[in-house]
Design a protein. Structure first.
Length: 137
């Protein structure tokens, strides 16, 4: 089976088809400037795609299970991913993981604070980033 992501015009015609994931895609999010997007898949990868030019920019690995959620920060300086492996990862545009934190079920529905979470910590993250992350737990 070929897994595709299709980019459609609001007017209806298909603009472009993107291929590269090996399993179902669970989440797609456009960059703030609209020039690229990221996708998270059941193949445990995240892919960064260009709308124009060479389609696949980079494949990110680091999750061990389905990547169920991806989202760019409002300024596009990083993106965040959530996975069935119970981790949240922050990624830099330089294609490296900035931080990995385990998600405890006790945190679900609660605001992330500067408390330690399962031997990992959010304490050195700026408050605005903590607020942003808390929206996705």
């Amino acid at each position: 089976m070929i897994i595709t992501i299709k980019l459609w015009s609001i007017a209806g015609p298909l603009i472009r088809t993107f291929t590269g994931h090996d399993r179902y895609v669970y989440s797609v999010n456009f960059s703030p400037d609209g020039s690229s997007f990221i996708s998270g898949s059941r193949d445990s990868t995240i892919k960064l795609w260009s709308i124009a030019g060479r389609p696949l920019i980079k494949t990110f690995t680091g999750h061990t299970e389905t990547v169920s959620s991806v989202n760019f920060s409002p300024d596009g300086s990083f993106f965040i991913s959530g996975s069935w492996d119970r981790t949240i990862k922050l990624w830099a545009p330089s294609h490296k993981v900035l931080r990995t934190n385990l998600i405890k079920s006790a945190l679900k529905g609660k605001k992330v604070t500067r408390r330690t979470t399962n031997s990992k910590t959010f304490r050195d993250l700026p408050p605005e980033l903590l607020n942003y992350i808390s929206e996705y737990l």
